[in-house]
Design a binder for this molecule. Structure first.
Ligand code: HSE
Length: 402
């Protein structure tokens, strides 16, 4: 018998309880044993919940119960969740988490702690919600030197951009709609400013390249600056604007990682990823390009990934389930300044001046463009080279072209 405790009965935590209960027959069959939900920790009362008898308010009940094998941390944030995760691991319990903030900021330390105590720390649900990505990266693609990862990692921003592209809503209107539909939080900062995608690309980069990449090492730009004018210009040349998290293997063990809006060619499958869906493209030196697609958020999709980790542990509580990576370093992550790409630029200028400044350009047009506005695609160059060329020009937007 494997006993599970869930910390936090929010969207994901309640989904985990539902999946464990609803799918108990198939789970028990796959584990060749019994997986039972023993406790749910939450400060709130849920008198009408079907799990009402399982609720506790004091974490030490779980911590001190030798029957609890797996603690599922779905609290979120990096404060209480960190304390409870550390205490659970020290008490010899494996921890399964959907908490990308905690993994991105403290993953190395928590993995070390799990190793010291002979237990596991698994977090498949922290990236891409229900999409299988972390285990495929470390298991199915283990034979590869991974070269790069490019992902649409945030469902809220992908929804907002999709509504701007398909319904012509402004950023503010699309954000309001996302909030009304329950996709975006009332405080949407973590999503729209790219922090959520940043945490996820940190986790992917750590697993792919073997060293902890910290969020404050990763230049991050969100989507607040994307306008309907940019959407229209992108559309005119066969591109969609997408918020991408990118991690690229660099020489001498370095990593280039960043988050920014990009123009993605409609021929690239990432351009077809719409609404709250996520997708992660991975390039390995043996496999070539592979792509993972699915629901990046939501109660049951995320619970699907959490419970898969629980099952993995329950199948063999003695097996070494460790994800592994090194501690990282202040000079591990290099700036994307050295990365050459074509650029989309919208500026207050004329096409002649743009050509004079940037050389060979592809001019873009849109209906209703005001006088004095010019938009164009450049030849491949680095960002510092682009900035040199745009010096003195009043630039509205500039995004990399993938
Ligand atoms: N806020 C996140 C998103 C939830 O919109 O993708 C899943 O991590």
């Amino acid at each position: 018998m494997v006993n599970v405790a869930i910390l936090g009965f929010g969207t994901v935590g309640s989904g985990v309880a539902d999946v464990l209960t609803r799918n108990s027959a198939v789970i028990d069959q796959r584990v060749d044993g019994l997986v039972r939900l023993k406790y749910i920790l939450d400060v709130r009362d849920f008198p009408d919940s079907p799990y009402k008898d399982l609720f506790v308010k004091d974490f030490s009940v779980i911590e001190n119960d030798p029957e609890v094998d797996v603690v599922v941390e779905t609290i979120g944030g990096a404060k209480v969740a960190l304390d409870f995760t550390q205490r659970a691991l020290k008490a010899g319990k494996s921890v399964v988490s959907s908490n990308k903030e905690l993994v991105a900021t403290h993953g190395y330390d928590l993995l070390q702690l799990a190793k010291e105590h002979g237990v596991s720390y698994l977090f498949e649900a922290s990236v891409g919600g229900g999409i299988p990505i972390l285990r495929p990266l470390t298991a199915c693609l283990a034979a590869n030197e991974l070269d790069q990862i490019t992902g649409i990692l945030n469902g809220t921003t992908n929804y907002i951009l999709t509504r701007m592209i398909k319904a012509g809503l402004s950023f503010d209107q699309a954000l309001k709609e996302a909030q009304a539909n329950g996709y975006a939080e009332q405080d949407p900062t973590a999503d729209v400013d790219g922090h959520d995608a940043c945490r996820k690309i940190c986790i992917l980069a750590a697993l792919a390249f073997g060293q902890h990449v910290y969020p404050d090492q990763v230049p991050t730009q969100g989507i607040r600056g994307v306008t309907l004018a940019d959407v229209a210009y992108a559309d005119s040349c066969g591109y969609k604007i997408k918020l991408l998290g990118r991690a690229i293997r660099e020489p001498e063990g370095k990593v280039c990682a960043f988050v920014a809006p990009h123009l993605v060619s409609c021929e690239n499958p990432l351009a077809g990823v719409e609404d709250v869906f996520n997708a992660i493209a991975v390039t390995g030196n043996a496999v070539g390009d592979v792509m993972f697609y699915g629901r990046g958020a939501g109660k049951l999709p995320t619970a699907s990934a959490v419970v898969a980790d629980v099952i993995d542990i329950a199948k063999d509580t003695k097996r070494d389930h460790h994800n592994q990576w090194g501690p990282g370093a202040p000079d591990l992550v290099v700036s994307p300044d050295g990365l050459t790409s074509r650029w989309y630029v919208r500026a207050q200028t004329t096409m002649d001046q743009a050509r004079l400044a940037c050389g060979e350009i592809q001019p873009l047009a849109r209906a209703g463009a005001p006088a004095g506005e010019a938009a164009f695609l450049t030849a491949p160059m680095t960002e510092p080279q682009l900035m040199d060329r745009l010096a003195g020009m009043e630039v509205g937007s500039r995004f990399r072209v993938l």
